[in-house]
Design a protein around this ligand. Structure first.
Ligand SMILES: NCCCC(=O)O
Length: 713
């Protein structure tokens, strides 16, 4: 970029007019301004060399335009003022350039990148991101921006997870960020470092809806496509990471429909600029960049400052080539003219015009006051700044819960009806022979077992229940099931034990075991239960807690932890082992009795067939139920189904098999007369006394086609 300053001065025209024509007359006749940006290539050493070349060789220059990169700009701005050169950059964004004691004659139409931090904080607050990490290239420029960002984060209650500098190999830094579970990462670096960073981020899977990378928006167009020996990612891979990128940058486009100082809207200006680039062979190498508008405005501000300086400069006196004294002109500037330099400087601070990038003016640091633009969130939804968890408690299906409760109630009603019949017809010969007292205990036990089903399901009930209620119901359920089982099967086996004793050990006149002895036997079994359950409750009480089932990760990376209420204690398996051991021994005893008495065919007296079927049901149900319950522990509904239905079925089958035949006999012969006659004919009388029972048993024994070979022999 060049400014034909001499035509302005000599023709006494407005410099504005010449500048406005600048883009159309690039081969201007004079080159009084040093253009630094494209020449320095962001190389501080090379930039220094070029400035010296311009100063010490060739035509006198009056100002420096550029450079583009802060690293090169800062390098020359540190000494360009020693030549009294005003330096105006249209692109250098480092905050260090705001330091007027180091860079007194430096100005820029580019904002300091500290302004980006205001935009970044706004973004963080907008999305409610409170956990943020920063990552920066190890250069003073980036360190300063990130330092300021950290201060602003602190002021806004945003937590800094980590602040790391990186080079071309950021893998260790990304490891740390992952350890910190950082998802929102503010990056400040040049684009070559950003390429290395995002390639590594791809390798480490740090992209997608989970991450947001906040980067400077001033990288060149398609910066991620640039061939780079530091990276080995494909364009598709790079693109994936870039979908998680948010860019913040100074808005270099003026507002729509506002005309600039040259009477053009931004669109008209840009069209003209692009036409010039494409129509002139000398610009074939120029890649259109967002900075052209700021460059255009920088040149305008130089022109305006120079124009505004003319009168004050003219107050100075100098000798012309003929030795006569005249007023100073702009082109009288020399590298030792600090007076003129300070006039120029003062003029710059008064510059205010509508540029192509918006209104242009400079603050006390020589920095542009401008607007911020935020570009693109390509992801579907903004990520979250930390792993967000939701919790869902899985309960038993409501329908199953209600169905099982209804079944349990029906079971209770059925057992109660059987119990009523058993009590009402206790003197019926057929009932009497089957030990009505023990039948009552069997049915009471069955009712307890039915009752246990509901509290067992209440632990994982879908209905609103307090934790206390769930804990209580879990404990009550265990007690009911355990004691009910013992009462039912204990009584059943006790009855069979008596039959077994009668048919194996009794001499004809020996007294049979009395009911009280059988009840005592059942009580002893129950005491084992009570002692065990009480010890369990006292030593290692059960409590309800949330058991983790599985985790589901949604598209927005929100994790849902599925839980269920579980009732357990620390040593639950030992207690269950002891409880199952007791019940197992009882069942084994029942199996043994059922087997021993299997051929005693005295109707109503011997339950061995029912016992056999019941024990078989229980064994199969326990095996299937326990296996499926363990296998389906992540599915409370199925797990409860495989617990409650077997309990219901085993209990129901057992009492139905026992009591339906009795009811059938009662229905056929309510008074028991036929039965009495039949048994009398057979020589087996029915009496209410134990001695009668002994007698009946003795007769039954003699009649029976028993095959108790071992015992009999
Ligand atoms: N506007 C580009 C910023 C780059 C730099 O200051 O070096």
């Amino acid at each position: 970029m060049v400014i034909p300053v001499s035509s302005l001065i000599e023709g006494n025209e407005s410099i504005v007019a010449d500048i406005a024509n600048y883009t159309e007359t690039p081969s201007a006749k004079m080159l009084p301004i040093i253009r630094m940006s494209a020449l320095s290539g962001c190389n501080p050493g090379w930039a220094s060399y070029l400035l010296c070349e311009h100063v010490f060789n060739g035509q006198q220059k009056i100002m420096v335009l550029g450079g583009g990169c802060s690293v090169a700009t800062a390098q020359i701005a540190a000494f360009s003022h020693l030549f009294n050169l005003i330096q105006v950059s249209y692109s250098a964004a480092s905050p260090q350039l705001s330091n007027k004691s180091e860079y007194p004659l430096f100005l820029r139409t580019q904002q300091s990148d500290l302004a980006q931090n205001i935009g970044r904080i706004a973004i963080l607050k907008h999305f409610g991101w409170k956990r943020v990490a920063t990552l920066y290239q190890n250069e003073k420029f980036f360190v300063m921006v990130i330092d300021d960002m950290i201060v602003k984060m602190r002021e806004n209650d945003i937590n800094l997870l980590a602040s790391l500098s990186f080079n071309y190999h950021p893998s260790a830094d990304l490891d740390i960020l992952k350890e910190e579970d950082a998802r929102i990462i503010v990056v400040h670096s040049y684009e070559d470092h950003a390429r290395a960073l995002f390639c590594e981020a791809y390798r480490q899977g740090m992209y997608g809806a989970t991450y947001a990378w906040l980067i400077p928006g001033w990288y060149s167009d398609d910066w991620w496509k640039t061939e780079d020996s530091h990276i080995n990612c494909t364009l598709d891979e790079m693109k994936k990471v870039l979908e998680s990128v948010i860019e913040t940058v100074q808005d270099s486009k003026g507002p729509d429909n506002v005309t600039n100082i040259n009477g053009e809207t931004y669109a008209e200006y840009e069209e003209r600029y692009l036409n010039i680039l494409s129509s002139r062979p000398e610009y074939k190498w120029v890649i259109p960049h967002m900075w052209h508008g700021l460059g255009y405005d920088a040149v305008w501000s130089m022109a305006l400052a120079l124009n505004a300086s003319i009168d004050e400069v003219a107050l100075g006196r100098t000798n012309d080539s003929h030795g006569s004294v005249r007023s100073k002109r702009l082109d009288d500037f020399t590298y030792t003219d600090s007076v003129m330099a300070s006039i120029f400087r003062k003029s710059f601070y008064n510059v205010s015009f509508q540029g192509t990038s918006g209104r242009v003016w400079f603050n006390e640091h020589g920095d542009r006051i401008g607007r911020m633009a935020i570009y693109q969130i390509l992801g579907d939804a903004p990520p979250v700044d930390e792993q967000r968890w939701t919790y869902e408690v899985i309960s038993i299906n409501e329908t199953l819960s209600i169905t099982v409760s209804i079944l349990a109630c029906l079971g209770i009603v059925m057992a109660a009806v059987f119990l009523g019949i058993n009590i009402i017809y206790r003197d019926h010969g057929f009932i009497k022979l089957s030990s009505p007292r023990m039948n009552n205990i069997i049915l009471s036990g069955a009712i307890l077992v039915y009752l246990s089903i509901m509290p067992l399901g209440m632990t994982q009930s879908p209905f609103e229940l307090s934790e206390y209620m769930r804990t209580i119901s879990c404990i009550v359920g265990k007690w009911l099931l355990s004691v009910g089982f013992t009462l039912s099967f204990g009584s059943m086996f006790a009855k069979t034990w008596r039959v077994h004793r009668i048919f194996t050990n009794m001499k004809p006149n020996t007294t049979a075991m009395q009911d009280s002895l059988l009840v005592l036997f059942v009580c002893i079994l129950s005491i084992f239960d009570i002692v065990l359950l009480t010890s369990w409750q006292v030593i290692d009480p059960c409590h309800v807690f949330r058991k983790e089932l599985h985790i589901n990760i949604a598209q927005d990376n929100t994790k849902t932890l599925y839980q269920t209420n579980s009732c357990s204690s620390q040593y639950v398996w030992y207690w269950l082992g002891a409880l199952y051991g007791l019940k197992g021994l009882l069942l084994l005893f029942g199996c043994f009795l059922a087997h021993e008495t299997r051929n005693i065919q005295v109707e109503g007296l011997n339950d061995s067939r029912q016992i056999g079927v019941s024990v078989y049901n229980i064994m199969v149900s326990c095996l299937v139920g326990v296996t499926l319950t363990l296998a389906l522990e992540n599915n409370p509904t199925l797990s409860f189904a495989f617990t409650s239905f077997p309990i219901f079925l085993c209990t129901s089958i057992t009492i139905v098999m026992m009591f339906i035949p009795k009811i059938r006999v009662i229905v056929k012969d309510p008074k028991g007369g036929d039965y009495l006659r039949k048994r009398t004919r057979e020589g087996l009388t029915v009496s209410s006394t134990m001695s009668d029972l002994n007698q009946q048993c003795a007769i039954a024994k003699s009649e029976s086609k028993t095959t108790l070979h071992t015992n009999m022999e």
